[in-house]
Design a protein around this ligand. Structure first.
Ligand SMILES: Nc1ncnc2c1ncn2[C@@H]1O[C@H](COP(=O)(O)OP(=O)(O)OP(=O)(O)O)[C@@H](O)[C@H]1O
Length: 360
């Protein structure tokens, strides 16, 4: 997909910004606090329904304004122009897709595929499991039509089982919910495991470009219970008494996780901070590549403040690898990097200052 237009109104310091990116590399420069990340957050919001810095109600709307507005146009894989608009007031929102009201933000996000690497992205490796589950589920949401209904069914059953657990039921009263949770949970785990199997060789190839010294990268799926020992329904049965005492469901796909292991390293703890960041970048780019292989088009790639995360060699490698595939990239930096030339020369340059965007 290729973003051709993004109008931003009242998002953080961006009162009124009209962004017209080029198909390839777009460089956005600006000093600290100028609004570069806010621009990336606007794109991310359309693709995920939230910012990577939190929900809309957590400060994304310009102070003193009742809401923010976004309007985007992009070309899809068939060259058709698509349009989306979003007005978000924090708790209430209104969205339109191709001129018609969008019944849910999910529907809007399904149309605009965006991957983002930003200074917080190393959490994908160093942070809690929810970051990695979100990463996994984003990909499945886009490439696997069976995913969303199964995920919703699981979330509903989990909510109901947890509500019941809070009332300290007799353990046998959990049986119907265990069955429902287990059925949806087994399907969800199969989809996640299959996706990670497909992603693994793509990640290994990407990691080889960035971190060849660590040896082959592999992915290990942790489904949220000892899946190799027992089906989920049996595991839930065995956990009933404990769950009643705890008041919540202690195992299942809502506790799933995955990790990257390198042949040359004994464990994740052994990664340096720079290696964590490079591994996170390899994961994000591998996900974009796997998406392109499945869907026949690249997601929009946003690289916020890449220079603060990576040395010049790795920055070059990452950009060269993404741009050679024809992806559209939005790259932000405090200063224009002096080394972006030849195949890495930006097609368009923008500068943000005090929330105003200028094309250079
Ligand atoms: N709700 C808000 N209303 C108005 N201004 C806000 C709001 N939230 C944040 N800001 C301001 O918007 C700016 C946000 O800047 P942003 O994070 O996009 O900067 P940046 O160019 O990425 O900077 P850096 O290089 O420091 O990361 C800051 O100046 C901040 O004070």
């Amino acid at each position: 997909m290729r973003l051709t237009r993004l109008d931003i109104r009242r998002l953080r310091c961006l009162q009124q910004v009209d962004f017209r990116p080029a198909p390839g590399l777009n460089l956005v420069t600006g000093g600290n606090g100028a609004g570069k990340t806010s621009l990336v957050e606007a794109i991310h919001l359309l693709g995920y329904g939230r910012s990577f810095r939190g929900r809309v109600r957590d400060g994304l709307i310009r102070t003193g304004s009742p809401n923010l507005e976004l309007y985007a146009e992009w070309l899809d894989g068939q060259g058709r122009t698509r349009r989306a608009g979003l007005r978000h007031g924090g708790s209430d929102w209104e969205a339109r897709l191709d001129g018609a009201p969008a019944p849910s933000l999910t529907e809007l996000c399904a149309e605009l595929a965006v991957v983002t690497f930003e200074p917080g992205s190393h959490e994908l490796i160093a942070g809690g499991a929810e970051h990695r589950r979100r990463f996994l589920d984003w990909a499945l949401f886009h490439v696997e039509p069976a995913f969303l209904p199964v995920w919703r069914r699981y979330a509903r059953a989990l909510k109901q089982r947890n509500a019941l657990l809070k009332r300290q039921p007799a353990p046998s009263a959990l049986a119907p919910w265990d069955r429902e949770l287990a059925e949806a949970g087994e399907s969800l785990s199969r989809l996640r495991a299959d996706y990670l199997d497909r992603l693994e060789p793509v990640l290994a190839a990407t990691a080889r470009e960035f971190l060849p010294e660590l040896g082959e990268a592999g992915l290990r799926f942790l489904p949220g219970w000892r899946r190799e020992d027992s089906p989920l329904e049996d595991a839930l049965l065995l956990a009933r008494e404990r769950d009643v005492a705890l008041g919540y469901t202690s195992l299942g796909p809502h506790r799933a996780d995955w990790r990257v292991d390198y042949v040359g390293l004994p464990g994740r703890e052994a990664l340096s901070r720079g290696q964590e960041k490079l591994t996170a970048l390899a994961c994000v780019l591998a996900q974009a590549r796997a998406f392109a292989a499945d869907k026949g088009e690249w997601p929009l790639v946003c690289l916020d403040d890449l220079a603060s995360e990576l040395d010049q060699t790795h920055r070059h490698q990452a950009l060269a690898s993404v741009l050679s595939s024809g992806a559209q990239v939005i790259l932000t930096a405090t200063e224009a990097p002096g080394d972006l030339a030849g195949a890495l020369a930006p097609e368009k340059r923008f500068h943000v200052e005090q929330g105003q965007l200028h094309e250079r």
